[in-house]
Design a protein. Sequence first.
Length: 62
Amino acid sequence: MPPEKKQKTAPAAPGKPCPVCGKPATAAAAPFCSDRCRQIDLGHWLTGSYRIPARDDDVEQD
Ligand SMILES: [Zn+2]
């Protein structure tokens, strides 16, 4: 296996553009602008290796 440099989690740096939507990131959700974008980015990662089960409330109870 080739030596791979792992990216360390960057500290909260508000002011940087959100990698998802480009809006200024906030300290609360850095490096994203919001938790929503964080989830979106996380979804991109997950879909690369895993499948996210759709959560549809399609359960019919009688
Ligand atoms: Zn964003």
